[in-house]
Design a protein. Structure first.
Length: 348
């Protein structure tokens, strides 16, 4: 018998379970993300805006058999913001396959969302994964076109070991002579770490960034505060002009499996319209220097309408297939989808 109820553990317990299950499913396919407790603490367990009611677990035979974690969010849907959730780390122990664990978790989450007025659950689905196969068979799920990445390589030797295909390993090996870890000095005038007093200005920047988006993750002031500063997890730099914050870049580090490098994911990069192209590039390069100082071998960011390709290309980033797609899961039947959606979200 499978029983779904609130997850009884903490971020450490969730990290241990998710990493073990994902390792059993995908370990033979290539490098895996190490979902460390500090990441789960930042997004879910230490996030006062993410109530325990959205941490659901399935128990069978006295053991943890499945897990799904979500946080409430505001979703940009066309020209309005609606209540939704962002879900991730959906995991079902292979030992309990065939017992309907995933289905029971999905049904429980769907009921939880309806009770709280959430229109749907947003998620990033890895192409070809067991998770994608499960969710695309689940009623109420809609997926969208693949999400591409911006990629910057700091250490080609490390990334070639991390690459999941022989062709990628060969490519990064060939590029090693042209990819140097050294970067030219960056003029740091007006660039500094984020402070809590910058929140209102940063919120204004993020709201402006969302103007072209018709489907995606958006922020309240309270959620942005958690995103920009929480213990040692996120790193945020701002560009200040005449006493006003005019640009920000926000990223976090994520460890791949034992044979891979520390990688960096950029979540937010936005500027006031008055900021020059040179200053935009300068802030991004300052963040890249900071990434290298934290031991990053590569950095990535989802491509979106919020960031100009000319900025990324000019700073040495290249477009790369992401292997991910946006999924809107467990949605209400009356959801009105935007035509040709312009997507913004995060990789979790």
């Amino acid at each position: 018998m499978v029983e779904v109820r609130l997850f009884e553990g903490d971020a450490v317990d969730a990290s241990r379970f998710v990493n073990r299950v994902w390792g059993e499913y995908y370990g033979a396919q290539g490098p895996l993300t190490d979902f460390q407790p500090r990441l789960l603490d930042w997004v879910v367990f230490g996030n006062s805006l993410a109530p325990r009611e959205y941490r659901l677990a399935a128990y069978a035979k006295g053991q943890l058999a499945g897990l799904i974690l979500a946080e409430p969010m505001k979703l940009r849907l066309g020209d309005r913001d609606v209540d939704a959730t962002y879900g991730s780390w959906f995991s079902v122990d292979p030992s309990f396959r065939g017992m309907g664990v995933g289905q029971k978790l999905a049904e429980a989450m769907s009921l939880r969302q309806r009770e709280r007025g959430a229109a749907l659950m947003l998620a990033c689905l890895a192409d070809g994964s067991a998770g994608e196969r499960f969710w695309t068979k689940t009623p109420g799920t809609r997926t969208f076109d693949p999400l591409g990445l911006w990629l910057h390589v700091f250490d080609a030797a490390a990334v070639s070991r991390w690459a999941s295909t022989r062709a990628e390993r060969a490519l990064f090996s060939l590029l090693r002579p042209w990819l140097r870890r050294e970067m030219a000095p960056v003029d740091m005038e007006g660039i500094r770490p984020y402070r809590p007093g910058d929140l209102a200005a940063c919120m204004s920047l993020v709201q402006g960034m969302m103007a072209p988006v018709s489907l995606g993750y958006t922020y309240t002031v309270e959620r942005l505060a958690q995103q920009l500063l929480y213990r040692d997890m996120p790193h945020t730099l701002v560009l200040e002009r005449d006493g006003v914050v005019r640009g920000l870049v926000n990223y976090y580090t994520l460890q791949m499996n034992a044979r891979g490098p520390l990688t960096v994911l950029v979540d937010l990069l936005t500027f006031h319209e008055s900021v020059s192209s040179a200053d935009r590039k300068r802030l991004l390069r300052a963040a890249m220097k900071d990434m290298m100082a934290h031991g990053a071998s590569c950095a990535s960011m989802l491509r979106s309408p919020c960031v100009a390709p000319t900025l990324m290309l000019g700073a040495g980033w290249v477009p790369w297939p992401g292997g991910m797609r946006l999924g809107c899961l467990l949605s209400s039947p009356d959801v009105e989808w935007p035509s040709s959606p312009r997507v913004f979200t995060h990789l979790r």
